[in-house]
Design a binder for this molecule. Sequence first.
Ligand code: BYC
Length: 482
Amino acid sequence: MPSDMAVDYDGLIPNNVGLNADPRLRRALEQWHPSYLDWWMDRGPDGFQAADVYLRTAVGVDQEGWAKFGYVRMPEYRWGILLAPQVEGRTIGFGAHKGEMAWQEVPGEYRAMLRRLITVQGDTEPASVEQQRRLGATAPSLYDLRNLFQVNVEEARHLWAMVYLLQKYFGRDGREEAEDLLRRRSGDRDTPRLLGAFNERTPDWLAFFMFTFFTDRDGKMQLHALAQSGFDPLSRTCRFMLTEEAHHMFIGQSGIGRVLEAICAAMKKAGIDDPHDIARVRQLGVIDLPTMQKRANMHFSLTLDLFGSELSTNAANAYQAGIKGRYLEDQIDDDHALTGATYPVLRLKDGAIVREEVPALSALNMRLRDDFVADAQSAVERWWNRIVERSGIDYRITLPHVAFNRRIGEFATIEADPEGKVLSAQEWARRRDEFLPSAEDDAFVASLMKPVREPGKFASWIAPPRTGIDNKPGDFEYVKLA
Ligand code: BYC
């Protein structure tokens, strides 16, 4: 066996899982590879497959220096299977098996549950690549174009990570799931992706930045919960994926931050103080702040749906089984069994939103969602509102109430405004465009989406980044177009 840290780069599939010593698995993955490449060419970035892109590739799994930067054509990217190092003597940290040695093989009684979780996680990865497929055509700079492609190749690597687990540990069923992951299509009527938000459109770059801010942050929370798993290969896989996820969220938060910088700078320069003077702000070639708020409302609420329902026996069972833990489970000071514990959850009772104490085991989805909301809230303050505040413009972006615009769970049956006030269907219909982007708002954003391809130049609606990727200078040619 190669050591945990050493990545074998010689074969078709770079890996640190000893693929050479497992011919059956290697064959299965090599058979899947051509279908994967067909999927990438057919459903991946449209029109840039021959360009040289300055990408990072994982070449090791230790904390420092795991990434190597260089120009790559995307179809030649080395998608590898990389697990975080095995922790000697790791035990299961929660649930009925707490204290037992972590499993290196799938425990029979939890096989179906594990396969489902891995499949759901795996399904989101190619879905996001499909959603972002056409964005390259309208990138606001070569820097952003490169960042989009970095996200795309790494989400595709996350697909490889889940396919490895399916193929290695789930035999024939796993191989079938791996094929289905390439068969489902984001937004397709007959074979949609499994989770709602991954069937939505990502029509423009503002949607891309909001998605990487909010939806990748759900990815972070879910991966953290799975990284606690007693099934050690899943835990190690997710721990390494988290190192990549951090960069995706950086792209989202700095992307929105740069949009806000451009807005505030343009407003100051034109002497506009009133953020609600939308027509004048838009004439400056930047997005207006109320539209930013509406887009945030939309992406935040769509992402909340990804946490499942308020009360979930699936989540309770996965916890008791030691398969999916809480966010930072290993840093929580309690019995890690949740015996007799309760958790406060917002529920719908007789048409009103009320807080109710429920058994903590059944509320695990909400606990993770609350952790997500706190994380998103602090990022909004740190990365967004501070920029607006510094410019002296009187405006704050806020996150809407969890009952706003929901399709999953308790609040799917009602309408509520961003403050959480329940609205009648008529009132919602009348006021919807106050809360969510209108067709006109979207058309305005779409009108700004003109490609900028000169090194060092940026579209009017977005400020340049403070520093380059890999410390490259401002006019670095991140993508050499073919
Ligand atoms: N859409 O018991 P419940 C990422 C279903 S993002 C459609 O509450 P559970 C990424 C549910 O399947 C992170 N259906 O569900 C980000 C269940 O069906 P069954 C992705 C939904 O299991 C950016 C039924 O409703 N990873 O990585 O407690 C770019 C009852 O619901 C939805 C994960 O999500 C929905 N939104 O929770 C790229 C982690 N929600 O079983 C990547 C793995 C629920 O009755 N997945 N349903 O037929 C899970 O942990 C869980 O499956 C969920 C759902 C949290 C998603």
